[in-house]
Design a protein around this ligand. Structure first.
Ligand code: BTN
Length: 249
């Protein structure tokens, strides 16, 4: 299918906009970019700071119909695709499960992904949904105070720290086609191929982390993309994405 691309100077949230357009009948694959978001949304009901000068962050959402046999692993496949497109050698960009882009060795976040699905009035199969993948990437590091300091103790990073020449249009150009391809591949073949590559980017592996009440050593991911934690008693616990945030401790 063709992809229509639209750039808005300003909107509340590109993801909210694509969910609303789907309710009004949009069915074509659409990439919506905003130069500025006034009500950006993050995972777990958080906000996403994207209110800076144009070009400071790249915020876009991809909406399309998808009917995978199984949705598990999609968030990892998306994060991996972004990291691989922006840093093919894997020198600088790691992933903090499930799909935060982190500057390696520094525990600083420079991007995040919000995946949402909505029912389709004219779905052709029981599995088919309207999928909206929202991506926020910091181009320049965010200014101090831009986000809740309690959430990101070590501060935010920006892609320009790894490539000073990178700007928002260039970053979009690098990630858009690989992302569409990865999502279509996921729809057709599932996430196994992506899951197998996650370990190479996993910044939590072997570290002590906390998820809600649970602490343990991050021990890779399961076949369904869940985070595996070795708890104090040596038991392997499974954490599913969307449950809580994971912090190194
Ligand atoms: C996270 O790390 O919590 C996910 C952040 C996702 C932010 C992007 S910016 C474009 C799209 N529109 C939104 O309102 N959110 C996503």
């Amino acid at each position: 299918p063709g992809l229509s691309v639209e750039i808005l100077p300003e909107t509340g949230s590109t993801s909210t906009e694509l969910l609303e357009r789907s309710r009004r009948g949009l069915t074509e694959p659409t990439l919506l970019v905003a130069e500025r978001q006034t009500a950006g949304r993050g995972r777990l009901g958080r906000g996403w700071w994207s209110d800076a000068a144009p070009g400071h962050t790249l915020t876009f959402s991809l909406g399309l119909r998808l009917a995978p046999a199984d949705w598990s692993g999609l968030s990892l496949a998306v994060g991996l695709t972004l990291a691989e497109a922006l840093d093919p050698a894997g020198e600088h960009l790691g992933l903090k499960w499930p799909n935060d882009l982190w500057l390696r060795g520094q525990d600083r976040k420079l991007g995040g992904v919000l995946i949402e699905v909505a029912p389709l009035a004219d779905a052709v199969s029981a599995q088919e949904r309207w999928l909206v993948i929202g991506v926020g990437l910091n181009i320049a590091p965010l200014p101090p105070g831009a986000a809740d300091p309690a959430l990101f103790r070590t501060g935010h990073a920006g892609l320009q720290e790894i490539d000073p020449r990178l700007d928002a249009p260039t970053a979009l150009h690098r990630v858009a086609a690989p992302l569409l391809r990865a999502v279509l591949d996921f729809g057709a073949q599932g996430g196994a191929a992506a899951l197998a590559r996650f370990a190479a980017r996993d910044v939590l592996a072997g570290r002590r982390v906390q998820v809600g009440e649970l602490t343990g050593i991050a021990s890779g991911i399961g076949h369904d993309g869940a985070l595996l934690l070795r708890d104090e008693a040596g038991r392997l616990q499974t954490v599913h994405s969307g449950e809580a945030s994971v912090r190194p401790c």
